[in-house]
Design a binder for this molecule. Sequence first.
Ligand code: MSP
Length: 523
Amino acid sequence: MSSADALYVTTPIYYVNDVPHIGHAYTTLACDTMARFARLDGRRVRFLTGTDEHGQKVEQAAAAKGLTPKLFTDQVSERFRTLADRMALTNDDFIRTTEDRHKRGVQALWRELARRDQIYLGSYAGWYSVRDEAFYAESELIDGRAPTGAPVEWVEEPSYFFRLSAWQEPLLRLYEERPDFILPATRRNEVVSFVRGGLQDLSVSRTSFRWGVSVPDDPDHIVYVWLDALTNYMTAVGYPDVESELFRTFWPADLHVIGKDILRFHAVYWPAFLLAAGLEPPRRIYAHGWWTVEGQKISKSLGNVIDPYDLMETYGLDQTRYFLLREVPFGNDGDFSRAAMINRMNHDLANDYGNLVQRVLSMIQRNCGGQVPAPGELSAEDRGLLEASGALLERVRAEMAVQALSRALELIFEVIGAANRYVDAQAPWALRKSDPGRMATVLYALAETIRRLALLTQAFVPDGSARILDQLAVPEEARTLTSFAGEGAGLVPGTPLPAPSGVFPRFVEASPSMPIETVAPRK
Ligand code: MSP
């Protein structure tokens, strides 16, 4: 049983048949934000990402490039790792399914399933989609293709089967007893009705290609790539060594974040494999939606694949993070457009958040001798603002507990809006001569509110938040959420502050005469 204060969060492991795109970056950024938030909140965190390197799809992609699968996977996996570095992700580990630690774990899980009579030898005759790496029943096909639109081929070969049909009732019980096992709720309903419809035993080995983990004691068979891939979540924390410190601290995983297309593998097959092997299933599967670009499906043939490097280069890392996490409620589909991206970064980050910080810090610099001002007696308005910012931690924490990332940002930005209105209403610049004591109180309430906001936004926009905390002279050790409120928390009047500088710049078009709406999407 994993420790109560631990958080083990994972991304899917990415197929290396392709270069990373915005869809991959999205899942990883979301998990990174959850991991950062939990760390700031004092929890022990393990954040895992990696690459899925076996299977027919990867074997074919390597052949198309004239490379051996090993060389090919080494190269492409490296691109995912470099992206993780460039995006300053805080993953604690990066697993590759071609590593020995992983292969050993897959074989151990197989042996355990076989020992418990959960696997038997038979032969498979049916449809297979290499693109989805999935088997489909005749009844699922639509116009001769998989329901995902992927081409299918007829496969007939000897195969081991997993007794998935025996797990229908236990799975339904699991969904029943743990209503938040699959989130959002609409996805849960989909899975429940799929499982209620009955489960067939699942083919879990292939003999028609070689690139994968061999079945123990029967090396003609290669372990089905999904059984291989899913096991990464356990091998990365030490499986089969279930007594290891890592495994005991972090298994079962708290959260597997995935895209909606791979829900069945995670919410049906994976818990069934685990239950069948006498292991605990993960605590939650969260399926997010899919991104389109300027209204169109992302596809290589349409040439609209957005390279995450380009996004970061053009708009900035914080801005990319903010857009992706704020633009759509986590779980829904979203559309990336250049206009929406620029609108978000200019409106929310530059005008609302950046401007608040800039106004307040420059007034303090100019009018309070560059030191945290000392507050006098608080008015109802001052208390109102401080109470609103003080209540944010609990409210944001509650949203983060259900992965409602955009909602968490919405709450934070409501307080940013309230703080901007408070500045306008209190007009501290006008108090400079008439009532400097009152001006100091107003600026104190604002600076303290900004401190709290920046503590909370660290998980979402880490660079900008760190710069705000630098400008408020908040020491490194006081940047966790345990320093949010309570004894000794809060800005100390008289603390010298460095000269302020802008935090979230506006995006300025190369040709300012051209309105954003008429700029053609980038090729
Ligand atoms: N290798 C499997 C996962 C194995 S996990 C044990 C896989 N890999 S993938 O590279 O094809 O996809 C990885 C993730 O990227 C999936 O969660 C998928 O939903 C996500 N996305 C791919 N395109 C996407 C969008 N256009 N938008 C959002 N996410 C998308 O599946």
